[in-house]
Design a protein around this ligand. Structure first.
Ligand code: GRF
Length: 200
């Protein structure tokens, strides 16, 4: 399938997905990488990899226009999946409805614990011993969509917040492409809110 990847920052998850596409571990085509943030570091990486990059005009024209640009581009490119990788804008319910079960996100905590923009830090501050990573479909809530996969990360007493963030990133890099691979292969079926991985 064709996919679009949305980023706001460094884009290391996007880079990992690109690496797995290039090595044929993950079978899909990255149609373009889009960002709301003109200075997102990940855009430079994407360009250096020969990927098309798109600046969504959130800052200049607002959300409605930015989402229209994204929707139209995805339609004209036959994009089937929208993959969020550190994209910091909330997509409107209207947009999400149009792309129902076609938008995927990765979150640096075990949802439904610690949703929102600081999942890793919130878990750290709360003092939990186990946190982790969640890959989920995007619905109109914030980090409330159907869970596709999760992996736990334990917080050891010698860890610092920085080290925890690093451990979470390492887990993300594997979990994201592996989950996308199953999703693109149609390995998930759905029973209510439960995604069943039929390949297991
Ligand atoms: C990741 O931790 C992801 O879980 C969260 O944003 C972060 C993005 O990091 N949604 P990067 O830009 O992929 O390095």
């Amino acid at each position: 399938p064709r996919i679009a990847i949305l980023i706001s920052g460094t884009g290391t998850n996007m880079a990992e997905i690109n690496k797995r596409v290039k090595s044929h571990d993950l079978s899909c085509e990255i149609s373009f990488v889009a960002s709301d943030n003109p200075v997102a570091l990940g855009l430079q990486y994407a360009q250096s990899e020969g990927l098309e990059t798109v600046l969504l005009p959130y800052g200049t024209e607002g959300r409605d226009k930015a989402e229209k640009v994204l929707h139209d581009l995805c339609c004209s490119r036959d994009v089937e999946w929208i993959v969020l990788a550190g994209f910091m804008k909330i997509l409107s319910p209207r947009f999400v409805r149009k792309w129902e079960r076609k938008i995927v996100n990765i979150h640096p905590a075990l949802l439904p614990s610690f949703p929102g923009t600081n999942g890793a830090r919130d878990a750290w501050d709360y003092g939990v011993r186990v946190t982790g990573v969640t890959v989920h479909l995007v619905d109109s809530g914030v980090d409330t969509g159907i869970i596709l996969s999760q992996k736990a990360v334990t917080i050891e007493k010698e860890d610092t917040l920085d080290y925890l963030v690093k451990k979470i990133h390492e887990v993300e890099y594997d979990l994201y492409w592996q989950t996308l691979k199953k999703l693109f292969q149609g390995a998930y079926s759905f029973q209510g809110r439960r995604a069943i991985d039929d390949s297991n």
